[in-house]
Design a protein around this ligand. Structure first.
Ligand code: URP
Ligand code: ZN
Ligand code: ZN
Length: 468
C-alpha cells in the first residue's frame, strides 16, 4: 500500500511548508514538491494542514474503577480517538495489590490484543513496590517497552502509595531510565473531608469538588516535585487542574528542574460553576482532580502558551449516565445519593484536537507549531515515541492528519464515536476538524467515515523519554 498526500501545508512543531508526502507501506519515504510517484491512493490536501497524528498519553480504556469499568474498550476508544485526529494512545495497565507487574501488564495486553485500529502503548500503574520487585521494574523498561509508571498520592486503599515508595520508584528510574508520572492530590486529607461531608448529609455530585480542594493538589504536586528533586530525576505531573498546582511546576522549572506537567480539556473548558447546583447532571463532570472554578482556566491556557505546561492529554475515562446504553451496566448512577460512589472520569479522547485547535489556535492565536507540539510532539518525546511518532519526517510512521481549518464540526453525543451516552462539550462548535486520518500509511477516517480495521493497531514498545 502506498499513499501520496499532495500539496498539504506541513506543520511540525518546528516547520511550516507546502510539500507532498509519500508513504510506502507504514513509513514516510519521501517528502518533496511535485513528487512524480505512483501511489495506490492520492489525497489532495491543497488549502489544508498536514500534521503528525495526535498522541494522547493519558487514556483509560476498559479500566475497572469505582465498581464498574470505563465504557470504552480498546476497540471503541481508539476508533473515537482516530475520528478526532489522534493516532496513538498510551493507556495504563494496573499492577493491583497482590499481583506482579508482569501479571498486570499481561492482563492489559490481553484486553488490548487485536482490538485497536491505531497504535497504543502502555504505562504501568504501581500500587506497591517492595525492594525485591525493583528488578521487575527495570525489566518493564528494558524489555517490555513500558517505560513510564504512574503513582498516586490519592485514592487510599486502592492506588495510593506512601512517600517512601514514590521516592524509591523515582530513585530507580535514575538507573533504569523510566519516567514517573504522578497523580498528585493529598488522598488522606480528601478522604477525611469526604467522610465529614457525607456525615453532614452533603451527598450531591458537586460536593465531590468541595472535598478535593486545589490546596490538596498543590501540596501533593509540591511534594512529588520535591521527591523528584531529591532523587535527581525528571517527573511528569498528570492532569494538572488548578492554577496553584501549575504554579508548583512553573516554579520548579524556573529553578531548572526537569519537571513536566500535563493538563486536560476538562480543566480548560469546564468549570465548577456549571454544576454547582447539586443536580445529578453534575455526575457527568466528576473526575479527579475535580473540575475547578472558572478562574483557573486562563492560567492553564497561559501556561500552555508559555511552556509552563508541556502537554495536553485527555485522561479519557468514560462512564455512562444511564444504565443500558449499548448494553452497559449502571455506572455514574452508582453514586445516586452518595457522590463518593460516582465513578471518577470523563470522556474526551475524540475531541482533544478539536478543542485545542479552537481554544488555542483560533481563539488565542497560537501558532499551528505550538498546537502540534502540545498534542503530538511533546507527548511523543516525553513518552519515548519520538521520532517514530510525533513528527512528519522520512522514516517516521505515516500517522498523519489532514486537518481542514474550514471543516466545522459540532461536538455532540449524536455524532461522536465514543461509547458513552453524553459528551461534556455538547453543542460546542469548532472551526476545524480532520479531513483524513492515517495510521501507519492506512486511512482510518475519511471525514466522518470510519474505514479503519479492528486490530490494525500495534502495541508499541516505547523507548526512554527525551527531555524537552
Ligand atoms: O477521574 C479520573 N481522573 N479518573 C481516571 C483515573 C485517574 O486518576 O487518572
Ligand atoms: Zn490520575
Ligand atoms: Zn487518568
Amino acid at each position: 500500500m502506498s499513499l501520496l498526500i499532495k500539496n498539504g501545508r506541513i506543520v511540525t512543531s518546528e516547520q511550516d511548508y507546502i510539500a507532498d508526502v509519500y508513504a510506502e507501506g507504514e513509513k514516510i519515504s519521501t517528502i518533496g514538491t511535485n513528487l512524480k510517484v505512483q501511489a495506490d491512493k492520492t489525497i489532495d490536501a491543497t488549502g489544508k494542514y498536514l500534521i503528525p497524528g495526535g498522541i494522547d498519553v493519558h487514556t483509560h480504556m476498559d479500566l475497572p474503577f469505582g465498581g464498574t469499568s470505563s465504557s470504552d474498550d480498546f476497540e471503541t476508544g481508539p476508533v473515537a480517538a482516530a475520528h478526532g485526529g489522534t493516532t496513538c494512545i498510551v493507556d495504563f495497565a494496573v499492577q493491583s495489590k497482590g499481583i506482579s507487574m508482569r501479571q498486570g501488564l499481561d492482563t492489559w495486553m490481553r484486553k488490548a490484543e487485536g482490538k485497536s485500529c491505531i497504535d497504543y502503548g502502555l504505562h504501568l500503574i504501581l500500587t506497591e513496590l517492595p525492594d525485591d520487585w525493583l528488578p521487575e521494574m527495570d525489566a518493564m523498561v528494558k524489555h517490555e517497552g513500558v517505560t513510564s509508571f504512574k503513582l498516586f498520592t490519592a485514592y487510599p486503599g486502592v492506588f495510593m502509595v506512601d512517600d517512601a515508595t514514590i521516592f524509591k520508584a523515582l530513585k530507580r528510574t535514575a538507573d533504569n531510565g523510566g519516567l514517573i508520572c504522578m497523580h498528585a492530590e493529598n488522598g488522606g486529607v480528601i478522604d477525611y473531608i469526604v467522610k465529614q461531608m457525607l456525615s453532614e448529609g452533603k451527598n450531591t455530585p458537586n460536593v465531590h469538588a468541595l472535598t478535593r480542594p486545589a490546596t490538596a493538589e498543590q501540596e501533593a504536586t509540591h511534594r512529588a516535585i520535591a521527591l523528584s528533586e531529591m532523587a535527581g530525576v525528571p517527573i511528569y505531573i498528570v492532569h494538572v487542574s488548578s492554577h496553584q498546582a501549575m504554579e508548583q511546576i512553573r516554579e520548579a522549572r524556573d529553578r531548572g528542574l526537569p519537571t513536566y506537567g500535563e493538563t486536560c480539556p476538562q480543566y480548560l473548558f469546564l468549570s465548577y460553576e456549571d454544576y454547582a447546583d447539586g443536580s445529578f447532571e453534575g455526575a457527568k463532570y466528576i473526575c479527579s482532580p475535580p473540575i475547578r472554578e472558572r478562574a483557573n482556566q486562563e492560567h492553564l491556557w497561559k501556561a500552555l502558551a508559555t511552556n509552563d505546561l508541556q502537554t495536553v492529554s485527555t485522561d479519557h475515562c468514560p462512564f455512562c449516565m444511564k444504565e443500558g446504553f449499548k448494553g452497559l451496566p449502571k455506572q455514574k448512577e452508582l453514586g445516586k445519593g452518595d457522590f463518593s460512589k460516582i465513578p471518577n472520569g470523563v470522556p474526551g479522547v475524540e475531541n482533544r484536537l478539536h478543542l485545542l485547535y479552537e481554544g488555542g489556535v483560533v481563539k488565542r492565536g497560537w501558532s499551528m507549531n505550538r498546537f502540534v507540539q502540545l498534542v503530538s510532539t511533546a507527548p511523543a518525546k516525553l513518552m519515548g515515541l519520538f521520532p517514530r511518532k510525533g513528527t512528519i519526517a522520512v522514516g517516521s510512521d505515516a500517522d498523519l492528519v489532514v486537518w481542514d481549518p474550514k471543516r466545522p464540526y459540532t461536538i455532540s453525543v449524536k455524532t461522536h464515536f465514543m461509547r458513552v451516552d453524553y459528551n461534556p462539550y455538547e453543542g460546542m462548535k469548532v472551526s476545524g476538524s480532520p479531513a483524513y486520518v492515517t495510521s501507519r500509511g492506512k486511512i482510518v477516517f475519511e471525514g466522518d467515515k470510519y474505514v479503519g480495521k479492528k486490530g490494525d493497531g500495534q502495541f508499541i514498545r516505547r523507548g526512554q523519554y527525551s527531555l524537552i
